[in-house]
Design a protein around this ligand. Sequence first.
Ligand SMILES: [Zn+2]
Length: 233
Amino acid sequence: MRRVLVVTAHPDDVDFGSAGTVAAFTSAGLDVTYCVVTNGDAGGSDRTMSRADMAALRQHEQRAAAAEVGVSDVRFLGHPDGRLQATIELRRDISRVIRQVKPERVLTQSPERRWDFIFASHPDHLAAGEAAVCAVYPDARNPFAHPELLDDEGLEPWTVNELWIMAASDANMAVETTSTVERKVAALLCHKSQISDPAAIIERVTTSSRASGEAAGLPEGSSAELFRVTRIP
Ligand SMILES: [Zn+2]
């Protein structure tokens, strides 16, 4: 296990869903790449800012947040924020990144809507998750899927062996983040254009991380992030 790719819809999604885990990965010597599918131009509440300026600001914020948890490779696919669909083109674009990065493990968002936690199920998250799952299996490993990747770009098929789904209702893996939750908070606070109340974010992350730690059976006061992990031979 050397390389991990995280695929999310928006700048800040990776930080809410898995920045504590990413910090643990990079501390353990894994290389982590972020692939953010949209440029985040529909985010924030500042109507005076042009959408192009918002996209540029959010990319800057995501790179700063990535640096907080040891990630320097951040790629934006530039799909439109708020209108994302799991098209064959999006599957190809994510497959391209998988073949370039060659990760053994991919983290992404759940393509299944959670009725008990609707904020996790923004339509863009569902679309990014669906396309990423399809890119992991079967597209990236199949030489006959998106043949232009091989024929025109020379990108050989790549097999990802582990798929980790964030905010899944049926988690089967807990990563302890007790020692990294502060870095997760630092990463989240980089997304200044999206945060009106930093103290509320800190409270929310601390509470939810401890609830996940408790759900995982860790000692009282421990923090964790939960995933649904699927191993794919
Ligand atoms: Zn999002």
